[in-house]
Design a protein around this ligand. Structure first.
Ligand code: SF4
Ligand code: SF4
Length: 294
């Protein structure tokens, strides 16, 4: 058995499987007859790092970028939230211009990979996942008729996917782990799906959560870490991945303060006791009603 994760670069067209050393005949350039055709039918799923890069390029906060430039969707049957780039009513990306992509240096991962697909796969009993590549051939894309031949590795190097791959890796592993867990763990709670959305996409809210007094009272982080999380988006994004592992899978990835568990238990005991008393009172009231009506 193996688990697979299709990373956002999908197409209806059946792709051919490739490795890093496989050759790819393809070239996209401004003079090509289909220039911009792909961006006029854009279906771009965003990773957290895509959002970070694009919101910086546009000088927006995470919240503003999400509101102005994205639409939500469900990534799987469990309702795990994803977000896509917003398009116009005809399906064209809002960043495409006659000159090409207006955010080119910060374009999303899937725009860099195209016409390659990208899939992480983990074999049963093996902790490290493997990455496989796929060539997507669509009729409108004439880049496949050009003469340039590069290996997959050379093509990805040209597209500067390195930093994107590095920053996406941990988050994609979380998605893969979530999928690997399968139905045995049941549908995630609404609270954990909301946490996933915040920690993946809306890092403004995640930052406020990390800087809150409640968080500081719970987790053991030094001042330098808090300073980095307050100011540096990349550090915050990487920390959000760690936090997701803790919250979603119960991994002890962030140290908790001593005695926090006991305090939490104590707090829960108070809640349980209050609920017990409320239940006793409810039953008592029911009995009183019964006697009043006889
Ligand atoms: S972000 Fe740029 S490359 Fe990607 S679909 Fe939009 S215009 Fe095209
Ligand atoms: S060659 Fe393909 S990727 Fe390049 S503009 Fe044309 S459709 Fe888009």
């Amino acid at each position: 058995m193996s688990d697979e994760l299709e990373i956002p670069f999908k197409s209806d067209v059946m792709p051919a499987k490739l490795e890093l050393g496989s050759e790819l005949r393809f070239r996209c350039h401004k003079g090509i007859s289909c220039f911009n055709a792909c961006c006029k039918q854009a279906d771009i799923t965003l990773t957290p790092y895509d959002i970070l890069r694009l919101k910086d390029r546009l000088g927006k906060s995470f919240s503003e970028f999400i509101k102005d430039h994205t639409v939500p969707f469900q990534m799987d049957q469990d309702g795990v939230p994803g977000i896509k780039l917003r398009t116009d009513n005809d399906g064209a990306c809002l960043f495409v211009t006659e000159e090409g992509c207006s955010v080119y240096p910060d374009r999303p991962t899937s725009c860099r990979y195209y016409p390659l697909g990208h899939m992480a796969m983990r074999k049963a009993g093996v902790s490290e996942e493997e990455t496989h590549y796929f060539l997507v051939k669509e009729d409108h894309c004439k880049g496949h008729e050009e003469d340039q031949v590069l290996t997959v590795q050379e093509y990805l190097h040209d597209q500067e996917t390195g930093l994107y791959d590095q920053m996406n890796k941990e988050w994609l592993q979380i998605l893969l782990k979530k999928r690997s867990a399968g139905p045995s763990v049941g549908r995630p709670s609404e609270t954990s799906l909301q946490f996933f959305f915040m920690a993946s996409y809306n890092l403004d809210n995640f930052r406020a959560f990390v800087m809150s007094e409640n968080f500081r009272n719970t987790y053991e982080l030094d001042d330098a870490t808090y300073a980095a999380l307050e100011k540096e988006d990349q550090a915050l994004l990487q920390f959000a991945n760690k936090m997701m592992r803790q919250v979603l899978f119960g991994e002890k990835s962030i140290p908790e303060k001593e005695g926090v568990w006991d305090k939490r238990l104590e707090g829960r005991k108070e809640v349980w006791e209050a609920r017990r008393q409320a239940e006793i009172a409810r039953k008592q009231a029911e009995q009183d009603d019964m006697y009043d009506n006889t």
